[in-house]
Write a new protein. Structure first.
Lengths: 315, 315
């Protein structure tokens, strides 16, 4: 399955596991890399020293390429970027910030840089900043999300039209069929979040994984649009936000309700009531907690079967 | 391009033009049918006598199959259904209502029945009601939309999992690449709205077509979620609704602001300020008003090119 994305990262399958807060530790990242994809560590929920530890553990657990996702608004961003360079990480996905700020620094140190966007404007900015590839993420994705609410189906062909560099699709992808669809739309790889958040190797709390498996259609919604939009799974905290938004609460009040540490409380500590539960729409079709290797095998099999059926006409 | 959908309708390409209010008259429907797709008349914006006229005109303009889209909440639904039977229409798409109410009646009269859904629950209900096929429409689609906000990418594989009957994807489809993606996801045909709304043959006002062409990313949003969710293009009316929703207006106030006849005012009469402008997210990539035949040719060419590239490996 060789294309520009698999070649860029030197991996077998153009499948990236998202660098998700409180899910994407060294166990998940190394398992995905060992299965032929690209595993990412999610630095967004790691203090400096924790990230250093996970990078070391990931190196020990796999000799395959892996990467780190770094939200550019991270408070200790300077320390994080220097740690990444010093610890020999070769691939960095940046998100939530201006791609122009760190791309040159990382590339000067021989690091492959990918930037995550949710619209064509930032896709162009990222390409101008010299990134090696782009992740374009649609409205259906879990967690923080774009203001335009553009879905993967609408976003990918549009981004493909305006930039020529390698393109990874994210949002709504939890099957080989969806992976094939992403490639049909013009992407060359996929970044998968929710499906890996629910694997055995994910750092998330068991209670959160079970909630993903139980989640039904319509159980996630894009909330907090007056501050930073985020896709949340329904629950007690979700209802608090929903009620506040319905009566017209402003950004300040929403931020106050959110407070601090809610994502950790939910995803990592397993508090399904008070916690902020970030997950994608595809949680509705995820029906088991499985090992990464099994998930990867199924993705590839589904992809090949779907491709066969496209090749040999229609059903 | 023979599959269950093209065979069901006896058409060349599994491409349906949506039965859009104030756009889908006999000119558009017959042009799509003449180009090898399935054209639909949009009964939702037609009085009884107007629909009778459009059916007659459509018959005169094409000897190919065409159909009628009927929202089941239509006030004169009895008269409309009997007109359809008496005038020899062979294909009916129903939407916005319970598929169990009219399916048997239509099928007893030898009519092929398709029901439009936005979730798996109604997909199952429609299959149980005995419809011949389903349209599953995602969040990115224009006009009225599902409460779950499930996108096409997430919806189609889920619907495919729960029903076996022929499946048509809608929402976010304005290119052959997206058509191929829909088939990869498990659909067997596509229903396309926005792209046909902007064609020369569409009944929409020229000013509305030009606004579709000008529309940028993020220029449509799903509004009116406290009553009936509808995807609208930004403009003066949109801003009214947005302001009311931001301060927590309830369903009654929103309905009052909406009033009556806003869609006609915008789409058909061309009032870009006071009118309700229903269109999909893909309006962001539609860049010209073109004849239907040209649009259809391009869709097929893009589809074949994208399919070739999927068949012969990756770029």
């Amino acid at each position: 399955m060789s294309n520009r994305i698999s070649q860029l990262f030197n991996i077998q399958y153009p499948i990236v596991s998202g660098g998700m807060v409180w899910c994407s530790g060294s166990r998940l990242a190394s398992a995905v890399s060992n299965a032929g994809g690209l595993g990412l560590l999610g630095a967004g929920s790691m203090h400096y020293s924790v990230l250093a530890e996970h990078i070391a553990k990931c190196k020990a657990a796999t000799d395959k390429p892996f990467g780190v996702n770094v939200p550019l608004l991270y408070p200790e961003i300077d320390k994080i970027m220097h740690l990444i360079v010093e610890s020999g990480v070769k691939i960095v996905f940046t998100s939530a910030g201006n791609p122009a700020t760190w791309t040159s620094f990382l590339k000067e140190h021989g690091i492959t840089v990918v930037h995550v966007v949710s619209n064509t404007k930032f896709a162009c900015k990222a390409a101008e900043a010299g990134v090696d590839a782009i992740v374009a993420e649609g409205f259906e994705a879990g967690g923080h999300n774009g203001r335009e609410e553009t879905t993967t189906m609408a976003l990918i062909p549009h981004v493909r039209k305006v930039v020529d560099i390698p393109l990874i699709a994210a949002g709504g992808i939890a099957s080989g069929q969806a992976m094939l669809a992403a490639l049909a739309l013009g992407a060359e790889g996929v970044q998968i979040g929710s499906l890996f958040a629910a694997t055995e190797e994910s750092s998330a709390h068991q209670a959160f994984k079970e909630r993903i498996v139980q989640a039904k259609e319509g159980d996630t919604m894009l909330m907090m649009k007056k501050t930073v939009p985020v896709r949340l799974l329904k629950g007690a905290f979700f209802e608090l936000i929903k009620e506040a938004e319905a009566r017209g609460a402003d950004a300040n009040e929403l931020k106050e309700i959110l407070g601090k540490g809610r994502a950790k409380q939910g995803i990592f500590d397993g508090d399904m009531d008070a916690g902020e539960l970030e997950i994608g729409q595809v949680s509705a079709v995820i029906d088991a907690i499985r090992p990464v290797a099994e998930v990867m095998t199924q993705l590839i099999q589904e992809f090949e079967t779907a491709r066969e059926s496209i090749v040999h006409g229609f059903r």
